[in-house]
Design a protein. Structure first.
Length: 696
């Protein structure tokens, strides 16, 4: 009698292991036929018999349960919380193109960076941009071992149990897959499955989801994976993170590989060779958009040659070799009920329209930004007006037009305040700026709350359990007045008891916050700099500063010298490639104020701030060195040369000083080469630079 016909109680362990392997492969095959290809070969009874046999063998031999067991598809018992996953290769975001001109400039930037002729074709792989939840799936020796959310790009949440329930995600890869492969893609929900889910929730008296993306995100982040399994989620694969052996060749060929090893890849992908082809493709997908059965918000464009992707690298949090060509924002009409003022963390007074709720692009919108005083006056926006609104980039609602022919007689013009509505301080409009700002600083409760919200945000300290709702609670209860107070809570039993008594809090939630705070005491310098909320200092600039100065002490002492008027320190700061005059002045203003220094010192006294390690790992001839490029390079653009120097651990400066280690000179080198000679700075020819950089 063959093993597959043998009764479960008659199997020995070796036979059971073999039968479980056969069933795992067979059930996965039929799952793919049914869920992905809509071409089932078995009726429901035959399929159910296979699963019942698998379940019975696993029950008798629990030690033999396989990592690709079909049982994982139905979910498992709830977990207490998601674990954290650090992405070995960061999951970064994409810059946006909003029109044909942006697409042309995207291609032009690629050619400039790579020193290509302006008319040289560049193959670009284009595919629909799924509006879902990004996910990374790690496979070792062909088996799924972990699934994680994108999170902040560096750290995500472990959702392995949940992704195992998604039939589009193979538990085991087929064919020739790399021994280590992290597949990246988008989890989403089709429109028909979304409607079924919302009808079920209505019948059960539960709130409905606003749109399929929210439904997919909420389903993936269930602590009980059985809930995830009950909702039909889908997955399109589109990329990779870590891989061994490395992925080479064409990106379009990699997508074909993904299909061969078991993934669904969007069938509408196409390779284009010109800006016009890309614009035409975008238009074609836009026409098909509403008939696809799932949400997309644009088209993703990627350089097809993976070797060129590596040369192009990244700038900030986005690749130079990819961009999202978004669809035009969807519009709707609604009524302005009121105009109110929000005070931001830098004191900016931003007018916001309170609207009659309306659905725009699948999202209910009740508020929209009016930007500033000039915007209101230019469009003559009044309370009571019927207006057209749109979600810019399908994200931020804004009023774009007043329907003047339908203006009611009692529509009221808005008088912009000259005092802060939160603290009463004078609100001034600096010459040459469009924004009016409160002068109250940290005495202004709105600025305090917004600064603390920024501090705990995902891009800054990313403190789990503290968000837009919780920060005002802590401030109003007198528990927090500055960033350091958040970390001091851990050591104050009385304040923790107060926190536990607040609405929405309990002992367990407080314990989780304490755990999260202790985890975030060890943090990178760039996050500390960004978290301070210094005007004009965003994530990219914070990383530039952290990279240049290396340590908290190095950055702090340098900024104090800048504030004290030290010309050399000022010149060094201004000379950092990417740091402009506005940022220099904002840093000087921040460190001139003694109260800001006290806030910084109190905070860092609670932290273990990591020193910055530059370069791609290992020592190079340029590790920790300051380099300056001058003249025209023949083999690569100046931008590519700077990017390569930074990957080798160098600091790239814009001018020559006694702190410069190397000056790399190209054709027609000018005053910088002369100054290098005067200061005795080492000078490298382009050929010498290429040899030392390993780029020959």
């Amino acid at each position: 009698m063959s093993v597959e016909r043998c009764k479960v109680e008659d199997l020995d362990p070796q036979e059971a292991a073999g039968e479980l392997e056969r069933l795992a492969r067979l059930i996965a095959h039929h799952d793919r036929l049914y869920h992905q290809l809509d071409a089932p070969e078995l009726d429901d009874g035959e399929y159910d018999a296979l699963r019942r046999r698998n379940d019975a063998i696993e029950e008798r031999f629990p030690d033999l349960v396989r990592p690709d067991s079909p049982a994982f598809r139905i979910g498992a018992a709830p977990v207490e919380a998601f674990g954290k996953v650090t992405h070995s290769v960061p999951m970064l975001s994409l810059d946006n193109a909003m029109n044909a001109g942006d697409v042309e400039e995207f291609l032009a930037r690629i050619r400039r960076f790579l020193n290509m002729p302006v008319d040289m074709p560049v193959d670009i792989a284009a595919e629909p941009k799924i509006d879902g939840l990004s996910c990374a799936l790690r496979y070792e020796d062909g088996f799924l071992v972990r699934g994680a959310t994108r999170g902040d790009g560096t750290t995500g949440e472990d959702i392995t149990a949940n992704v195992r329930t998604i039939f589009d995600i193979p538990q085991r890869l087929t064919g020739e897959a790399p021994s280590l492969l992290e597949v990246r893609g988008e989890i989403f929900m089709r429109h028909d499955d979304f409607r079924v889910l919302n009808r079920r929730r209505e019948d059960e008296g539960e709130s409905v989801f606003a749109n399929p993306r929210n439904a997919a995100a909420g389903s993936v982040r269930q602590l009980d994976s059985r809930v995830t399994a009950s909702r039909r989620l889908r997955f399109f694969a589109y990329g990779w993170g870590e891989a061994d052996p490395a992925i080479d060749g064409k990106y379009s060929d990699f997508l074909t590989l993904l299909e061969r090893i078991g993934f669904r890849v969007n069938p509408l992908r196409h390779v284009c060779s010109s800006a016009q082809e890309l614009v035409d493709y975008h238009g074609e997908i836009g026409v098909q958009r509403h008939a696809l059965g799932y949400d997309i918000d644009g088209v993703v464009l990627k350089v097809d040659d993976i070797a060129l992707q590596r040369r192009l690298g990244f700038v900030g949090r986005a690749p130079r070799w990819a961009i999202a060509h978004k669809f035009p924002a969807e519009r709707a009409q609604t009524r302005v009920h009121e105009i109110c003022i929000q005070v931001g963390r830098t004191g900016a007074l931003t007018p916001v329209a309170e609207l009659e709720p309306v659905t725009v692009g699948g999202v209910v919108v009740a508020r929209a930004t009016l930007h500033n005083q000039d915007y209101i006056e230019e469009k003559d926006i009044r309370v009571g007006d019927l207006v057209a609104i749109q979600r810019a980039g399908d994200v931020i609602p804004q009023v774009v037009e007043v329907l003047l022919d339908q203006r009611p007689d009692d529509a009221m013009a808005f008088a912009f305040p000259d005092h802060c509505p939160e603290c009463g301080s004078l609100a001034i409009r600096p010459e040459g700026e469009a924004v009016r700002r409160c002068t109250g600083g940290l005495v202004c409760p709105a600025q305090l709350i917004e600064r603390l919200r920024h501090f705990v945000s995902r891009e800054a300290f990313d403190i789990e359990g503290l968000g837009r709702k919780q920060v005002p609670q802590l401030v109003d209860a007198g528990l927090v007045r500055e960033p350091a107070d958040i970390f001091r809570l851990v050591r104050d039993p009385d304040k923790l008891a107060q926190l536990e008594a607040l609405d929405g809090w309990a002992a367990r939630k407080v314990q989780k916050l304490v755990k999260a705070l202790n985890e975030r005491r060890h943090i990178g310098l760039d996050r500390v700099i960004y978290g301070l909320g210094i005007r004009f200092v965003g994530e990219t600039n914070a990383r530039l500063l952290a990279r240049h100065y290396g340590s908290l002490d190095g950055w702090r002492s340098a900024m104090l010298r800048v504030a004290a008027g030290d010309g050399e320190a000022h010149a060094e700061l201004a000379d950092i490639d990417g740091i402009g005059p506005r940022i220099v002045e904002a840093l000087r203003e921040f460190f001139v104020e003694e109260r800001n220094i006290a806030v910084l010192d109190a905070l860092t006294g609670e932290l273990d701030v990591e020193a910055v390690t530059v370069g791609g790992g290992g020592e190079t001839p340029f590790s920790g060195k300051t380099v300056v490029f001058t003249g025209s390079l023949g083999t690569m653009s100046r931008a590519e040369a700077k990017a390569r120097a930074e990957t080798l651990g160098a600091k790239v400066a814009g001018s020559v000083s006694k702190k410069t280690d190397y000056v790399i000179i190209g054709a027609e080198a000018g005053s910088k080469a002369k100054k290098a000679a005067e200061l005795g700075v080492a000078v490298l020819s382009e050929a010498e630079w290429l040899e030392m950089a390993g780029a020959t």
